[in-house]
Design a protein around this ligand. Structure first.
Ligand SMILES: [Zn+2]
Length: 287
């Protein structure tokens, strides 16, 4: 490879970048590529052990001031977990934007701040949520994807106060659709989209599991992390013909000089059905 790639993964909530791209980030970091992450919201309201779980069972929640400081405290806990998870994946650069996850909106402030980071970090490849996820309107993941696209457009030009020159990325890979249903053929793209790229993360799935285990405040540590690996990465793997995978959706069509075919596709074409089933059947040790 001529020069290391620069990759930036942008998630709405603290767990998203790990759920959706943890294995892929680990691969690229181990290869010597630059890998950075952005967490747009503090995520203190989403599945938080204290805010969304304990408060749920109280007859009354604390006064505004107390609740605010409790949320700030929980945000720090979540950020600490994300930093530990990144370290396990070999990723050192993580930026917390700290936006409130009550209502995530495409705001001028978030777009400008992210655009500045794009000009500063100069990512070749950007990973983020599909901008039409869910209903594409009120879904925080979709909004995050939209913020990223606006920021990338802005980063392609200058902005007074930012001395970094304009920057354009080469490709965007949107996080794949959820594991409950994984469309994977062009026929299933009618009115929607489908996972058109899988990254085989089988060799680093234990690292990803350890990273998810760090997200204790999210309720991930332990059983859920294992369930998540099997039902999400295992399902992506089944769709991609390997044991565990992460699915992505390319923003731009690719242009090649010749028709592309991957070594994996060639090998799979020459393998028997039983050999293919065996490859998919590997399970990570869960304890
Ligand atoms: Zn999320």
């Amino acid at each position: 490879m001529a020069e290391p790639l620069r990759i930036l993964s942008v998630g709405a909530h603290p767990a998203d970048i790990f759920d959706q791209s943890g294995g892929t980030m680990a691969h690229h970091a181990a290869r010597g590529d630059y890998v950075g992450c952005v967490v747009l919201t503090h995520g203190a309201r989403v599945h938080d052990k204290v805010i969304s779980d304990e408060m749920h069972h109280r007859s009354e929640v604390p006064e505004a001031d107390e609740l605010q400081s409790l949320m700030a405290e929980r945000s720090d806990v979540k950020a600490g977990e994300a930093v530990r998870a990144c370290n396990l994946l070999g990723v050192e650069d993580v930026y917390f934007f700290g936006a409130d996850d009550a209502v995530l909106l495409v705001t001028d402030e978030l777009v400008r701040r992210l655009a500045r980071l794009f000009r500063q970090l100069k990512p070749d490849l950007v990973l983020t949520h599909f901008p039409k996820e869910g209903d594409g309107l009120t879904n925080a993941h979709a909004t995050a994807g939209q913020i990223v696209l606006h920021a990338m457009a802005l980063a392609g030009g200058v902005d007074p106060g930012d001395r970094n020159p304009p920057h354009k990325a080469a490709q965007v890979f949107f996080f794949g659709t959820g594991a409950a249903a994984i469309p994977r053929s062009v026929w299933q793209s009618e009115g929607g989209y489908y996972n058109d790229l899988f990254i085989d993360i089988t060799d680093v799935v234990d690292k990803k599991l350890a990273a998810l285990d760090c997200l204790v405040s999210q309720g991930y540590g332990g059983a859920y992390a294992r369930k998540r690996i099997e039902t999400s990465d295992g399902a992506f793997g089944m769709a991609g013909g390997v044991a565990y995978a992460e699915g992505f959706i390319k923003l731009n069509a690719e242009t090649h000089d010749f028709l592309p075919v991957t070594p994996r596709a060639m090998a799979a074409a020459r393998a028997s059905d039983h050999e293919l089933i065996e490859e998919r059947s590997y399970r990570v040790r869960v304890d």
